[in-house]
Design a binder for this molecule. Structure first.
Ligand SMILES: Cc1ncc(COP(=O)(O)O)c(C=O)c1O
Length: 469
């Protein structure tokens, strides 16, 4: 029997939640067999959603069934093992299940005294993160929506600190008439870092751009004179090559000059969690603030990013507010003292679950396995005669199949084939296909299957080029 979708108190009946869990599990199990990209017929079927809003209520069980029937097939299989686009990652079972449970709790995770359970678990997760990422233990942190907001949040603390040194209260008085701040970024900084600078009034364009090498690493020898009103933005993991900036050298120079170093480590910061990979990010712990994502390589569900700031007090100085109706701080940490938002969901719950379920060894295994799998892609493609454009030091591979138009055709063919999904890019003038390996679900057999599909697509595109030419 289907049962009533409402429980006795008006809460969802267990039938409805069981039904959601059943449908979710069926969806995940089905990812193995289906095309990674949404089938064109499923996308066309989305037209069924284009109805006027109904006048009266609809049974929640029907609502859920409609969602599943119409929208599930039109999703991209990002949760599956063969999605290699952008830098995405799936959702670890413990993190996904914790997310569902926390959604049932529906906590507004702003204020420690009001929501002690989730506030405490976020505090614990932050302590574990500082430990596993090798960052200074006194650092303070925030759970935000992603690396864009993590950059924003950490750089708000940086802005506070450098202007305070110059005797300026930026939170109170804004930037009008403020002492100048010099912001230095690498020429290959991620555009969201520049967006964060723009949102903070520091300017997307009003930055000093450092030249980079062939892998996108900033050149330490090009560092201009620094002083205590300088913010230097470095990167752990270039979106295209996976390369790391020279932290040790630049952080030492910045420390001597009193400058602030911020690191955008959206995925690369996780190298710190593996003894084998940690040499790549050597010296990163000497920075003053860091941004990373949990929804990328830690494999928690969207959305979840993390900001950390070494100097205790700088983050709350930029973020905390008070109001008569809000409870005064208690013993329990209030997440909203550290975040741009007041009301927010408890993102730390699934981070805690991911860390707890993997442990130190599971984290290292995940990151090392994905890097090994990226290497296998690169070796397989190179052996077939295709050019790998980057040094595959982490989990990113850039491959050229020849002329830009040929590479574009291969990318389109790979996507249409549906065995796996890879996107494109232009790296320092060269058109390339990007392979980004960052899912817990990717097994070695998925890599072999995907490699075979890519080679098939390349062979097909080459022969069509010969026919066309
Ligand atoms: C280096 C870097 N910084 C920032 C971002 C933006 O992250 P998000 O989309 O989570 O805001 C990305 C995304 O891939 C990235 O690779």
């Amino acid at each position: 029997m289907k049962g009533d979708a409402h429980g006795p108190t008006g809460s969802p009946s267990s039938f409805l939640l069981d039904d959601a869990a059943r449908r979710g599990a069926r969806y995940l199990a089905g990812l193995e067999a289906r095309s990674v990209r949404a089938a064109p017929a499923a996308v066309a079927d989305l037209a069924r959603l284009e109805t006027p809003l109904n006048d009266g209520p609809v049974d929640p069980a029907v609502v859920l069934a409609e969602l599943d029937e119409v929208v599930s097939p039109a999703t991209m299989a990002m949760a599956g093992p063969r999605f290699f686009g952008f830098v995405i990652g799936g959702a670890l079972p413990a993190a996904l299940a914790a997310n569902w449970l926390a959604t049932a709790w529906d906590q507004n995770a702003a204020l420690g005294p009001v929501t002690p359970g989730v506030s405490r678990i976020e505090a614990v997760a932050l302590r574990w993160l500082l430990d596993v990422l090798g960052l200074p233990p006194q650092s303070q942190g925030a759970f935000v929506t992603g690396a864009t907001m993590a950059n924003f949040t950490a750089l708000a603390a940086a802005r506070h600190a450098v202007l305070l040194r110059a005797g300026w209260d930026v939170e109170g008085d804004g930037l009008f008439g403020a002492p100048p701040v010099t912001v230095i970024v690498g020429a290959e900084a991620h555009p969201t870092l520049l967006k964060a600078l723009g949102l903070l009034g520091l300017g997307r364009r009003r930055v000093v751009r450092l030249p980079v090498d062939r892998q996108g690493r900033v050149r330490a020898d090009a560092l201009p004179q620094l002083n205590d009103s300088t913010i230097v933005c470095l990167q752990a993991g270039n979106i295209n090559t996976g390369a790391f900036d020279p932290f040790e050298e630049i952080c030492d120079a910045a420390r001597a000059a009193g400058a602030w170093v911020h690191v955008d480590g959206a995925f690369g910061l996780w190298a710190q969690a593996s003894p084998r990979l940690a040499p790549l990010s050597r010296g990163v712990e000497k920075a003053d603030s860091w941004a990373t994502d949990a929804h990328k390589w830690l494999n928690v569900p969207y959305d979840c990013g993390l900001a950390f700031v070494r100097e205790p007090g700088a983050l709350p100085a930029a973020m905390a507010i008070t109001a008569e109706y809000l409870p005064s701080p208690g013993a329990e940490r209030s997440p909203s003292d550290f975040t741009p938002e007041l009301s927010r969901r408890a993102r730390g719950v699934e981070v805690w679950a991911a860390l707890r379920s993997l442990g130190r060894s599971g984290l290292a295994e995940l990151f090392e396995r994905n890097c090994r799998q990226a290497r296998r892609f690169a070796d397989g493609l190179a052996a077939a005669g295709f050019e790998i454009l980057n040094d595959v030091v982490l989990n990113q591979v850039l491959v050229s199949f020849g002329e830009p138009a040929v590479t574009q055709r291969v990318i389109a063919a790979v996507q249409a084939d549906g065995t796996c999904w890879c996107g494109g890019t232009v790296w320092q003038g060269r058109t390339a296909m990007r392979i980004s390996v960052c899912s817990w679900a990717t097994r070695d057999e998925d890599v072999e299957r995907s490699l075979a599909a890519i080679l098939r697509a390349a062979a097909g595109s080459r022969s069509s080029a010969v026919r066309d030419g």
